[in-house]
Design a protein around this ligand. Structure first.
Ligand code: BGC
Length: 246
């Protein structure tokens, strides 16, 4: 069976139909730039363009880079503040005229990785962290997700951790891999102190370059592996969630 997944991010909005049996995209993904400012109506139009590109008329799962409870977006660290408190489920459902499901982007990526990727068949505590514009988190215990954990906003050196250790921080401050890896290591040590995970899965676009920084990270007890679904994890997890909601 196929369901459509859309991953809404601070810089891009991408989507594709997903084959839920294999976890593969059933067609090449289509991506548009996130409108700036990323106001809800403009983003809803962009989502409609992505879904319309495929002529899709079935259910659609969507991610959002913030806390989502019962379809309402509660935070928007890297999006326009008009999203805070908005019934995003209603807005996007009305704009598309299709059944929609909305969840946090890192939670979606985690769901996909736990089923089809690096977390497959892994029990215990597994934490997926996505390093991109922000830091997203998805915490699983024996395969069950605790939603909206927002570990990217833990305090590190008196700062919001994601402003210090995201891949955007690496780019903005032009940090070397070694320098950035030290920051990621301190961040992982802090998360490990709180949760004692068995496995960390490192996702986000930077996971493509895992060879350049994971070998530099020391002193973490948990196993650390790169995500395997790379930048389609959000799309796949969104589609899986929409399928379960039916
Ligand atoms: C948001 C999270 C999101 C993460 C990755 C953070 O700024 O608060 O909800 O998962 O960025 O996009």
């Amino acid at each position: 069976m196929q369901i459509f997944g859309v991953d809404i991010g601070g810089s891009g909005i991408k989507g594709a139909p997903v084959d839920l049996d294999s976890g593969d995209l059933a067609a090449g993904r289509y991506k548009v730039a996130t409108p700036q400012p990323s106001a809800p109506d403009a983003v809803a139009d962009a989502v409609a363009e992505v879904v319309g590109h495929f002529g899709w008329t079935g259910p659609v799962g969507m991610t959002f880079p913030g806390v989502v409870t019962a379809g309402v977006t509660r935070t928007a660290a890297n999006m326009d503040k008009q999203w805070i408190g908005l019934d995003t489920h209603a807005l996007l459902g009305a704009r598309l005229g299709l059944p929609v499901t909305v969840l946090n982007d890192a939670d979606a990526a985690g769901i996909a990785e736990m089923t089809f990727g690096a977390g497959r068949d892994r029990d215990g505590t597994v934490i997926l962290l996505t390093f991109g514009t922000g830091i997203g988190s998805a915490v699983f215990t024996d395969g069950r997700l605790v939603r909206n954990t927002e570990l990217g906003h833990l305090e590190l050196h008196g700062r919001d951790a994601e402003t210090h250790a995201s891949s955007k921080a690496k780019e903005d401050e032009d940090l070397s891999w070694a320098h950035w890896a030290r920051r990621v290591q301190k961040y992982l040590a802090h998360v490990e102190m709180l949760f004692s995970p068995d496995l960390f899965i490192i996702g986000g676009g930077v996971s493509r370059e895992a060879d350049r920084f994971l070998p530099l990270i020391e002193g973490i007890r948990a196993e650390i592996v790169p995500a395997t679904l790379r930048n389609s994890a959000g799309i796949v997890g969104a589609a899986m969630t929409a399928s379960r909601a039916r």
